[in-house]
Design a protein around this ligand. Sequence first.
Ligand SMILES: Cc1cc2nc3c(=O)[nH]c(=O)nc-3n(C[C@H](O)[C@H](O)[C@H](O)COP(=O)(O)OP(=O)(O)OC[C@H]3O[C@@H](n4cnc5c(N)ncnc54)[C@H](O)[C@@H]3O)c2cc1C
Length: 498
Amino acid sequence: MAKEYDVIIIGGGIVGCMVARFLSRYKLDILLIEKEVDIGMGTSSANSAVIHAGYNALPGTLKAKTNAMSSTLWEQISAELGVAFNRSGDYVVATNTDQMNTLGELLQQGKTNGVPEMEIISAYEMRKREPLITQDVAGALWAPTGGLIDTFALTVAAAENAVLNGTEILLDTPFEDFIWEGKRIIGIHTPRGAYKSRWVINAAGLYADDVMHKAGVRPDFKIHPRRGEYVILDKADFELTRETVLFPTPTEKGKGIVVTSTLHGNVIVGPNANFVDPKEDKTVTKEGIEEIWTGAKKLVPSINRRYIIANFAGLRAHGNAPCLTPGINYTGDFIIEIPKEVKGFINLGGLESPGLSSSPGIALMVIDLLKDAGETLLEKPNWNPIRETRPVFRHLSPTEQAALVKANPSYGRVICRCETVTEGEILAEIHAPIPATTYDAIKRRTWTGTGRCQGGFDMPRVVKILSDELGIPPEEITKKGKESPYLIRRTKDMGEEA
Ligand SMILES: Cc1cc2nc3c(=O)[nH]c(=O)nc-3n(C[C@H](O)[C@H](O)[C@H](O)COP(=O)(O)OP(=O)(O)OC[C@H]3O[C@@H](n4cnc5c(N)ncnc54)[C@H](O)[C@@H]3O)c2cc1C
C-alpha cells in the first residue's frame, strides 16, 4: 500500500486545484489526481473566462452563494497567485421593451444575491460607453463587479501554489474505484496503485456523476454535457472600445452569445448551448458557428467574419437535463455536500457556469464541510499564499527585456512571433513546479501558438525544445498527451533542420 493521505482530490480542473490550494493552508497530507497529462485540460480550459458579478443565479442556490462568496476575493487571489484579473464590469444589453423588463428582474435578483452597485443605464449611455454596440440598443444592465480572468493561468497558479505548500499531484492518473471499510471510503484505486486517505473529494467535472455513482451516491444524477462553441477574433483586427463583457438579455436557454474581451487581447464570441453525446464531443460545427455569429452580430453589427482566427468548444457539466431525463426533479444547482449514506466522501457535482467564478467559494465551503464533520484543521505556520511568477517577456519594458536577455540569453530568442513568446519562457514552464510536457501545456501557460499563425511558425520549434529538455525523441512529443503525436516518423534529422 502506497503512502496514506488525509485528503485525495479527484480532478485537476479549477475546482480541484482551488480546493487543493485552499486546503494546503492546513496541516493535511493532500494528493490530487488528474486523468490527463496536465491539469486544467477539461472545462476549465474552454469557457468565457468571465468572473460573474452574481446576478444570474437564482437566490438561495449554491450557485448564488458561492458566486457571492468568491466575488470580493478576486483582487486578493489574483495578486497572491500572480494571475491577470480585471474587474472590468459587464453589461447585459436589451434591444426591446420585453428585454428591458427582464433587465429589471435581473437587477432585482442581483440585489437579492447581494451584488453591489448594479444599475440600468440608458441606450444613450450604453452607446457612449461602447460605440460599437447595436443601434437597436434599448438600455443595459451594468454590473461593475463583473470581471475577466486568465482561466488557464488561474488553474496552473492555484495548483502550483498548492504544490509549493506540500500538495502532491499525480498526472495521467485516472480514478478507477474506491477502497471501502464498511460504509466508509478509505482510499482509491488507480492504474498506478492504491492510495489510502481519510477523505476523498469528487471534483471530476464531466465525470463527477460516474465518481459519485461508484460511491453509491445520487444514482439518478446524470451529467448531460452542453457544448458551447466559440470563435476567437484576431486582436490586430478587432477590439472593443474598453475591455469588457457584452451579454445579450438571457433567455430560458441560458445567458446567450456573449461578445467579450479576454485578458490576452483577443475578443471571443460564443457560446451556444447544445446537448452532446458522447461526453467529450468538442466538435465545432458549421451550424454552431452560424448560430454564434448571428447572436454576436445582434450585439455588435460591425464584427466581420474575416477577423476569425480560431475556434473551440467547451462542455458544461450540466446535471439532469429534464428534456433528457424525464421525471427527474431537476434543480440545476451545484452539488456541494457530504452525502449521508457514505463516510469520508465530499461530493462536488453539476459545476457548470458560474463554476469558475465560484471556485474560491466552493473551496471555502469544502473547508466548512470538513470542519462540520469534526475535522480539526490546524493552520501551517509556514503556509505561503504567494506564488512566484516567472517573467513574461512581452509584458516587460525595453530596459527590463534587455536586462533579462543579458542575464539569460534564451529570453532573447523569440519562438512565437505573433505573441512574442521567448525560448526562456518555454524553458521555465518545462521546469516549473508542475512541468509542462506537451505543446498545449506550453500554449496554455505561455500563450505561444495563439496568434494569427496559430502555431504554424512556433510548433516545430516548441516540439524540438520539449524533446531536448525532456530527453525524449521528438516523435514522442504530443499536442495533448496520449494519441496526439505531431510526428509519425523521422524523415531527416530534426536537430540539423532546426
Ligand atoms: C462554454 C462554457 C462557458 C463557460 N463560461 C464560464 C464563465 O464565463 N464564467 C464562469 O464562472 N464559468 C464558466 N463556465 C463554467 C466553468 O468553466 C466550469 O464551471 C469550471 O471550469 C468547472 O471546473 P471543474 O474543475 O469542476 O471541471 P473541469 O475543468 O472539467 O475539471 C475536472 C477534471 O477532472 C478530471 N477527471 C475527470 N474524471 C477523472 C477521473 N476518473 N480521474 C481523474 N481525473 C478525472 C478531468 O480530466 C478534469 O481535468 C463555462 C463553461 C462552459 C462549458
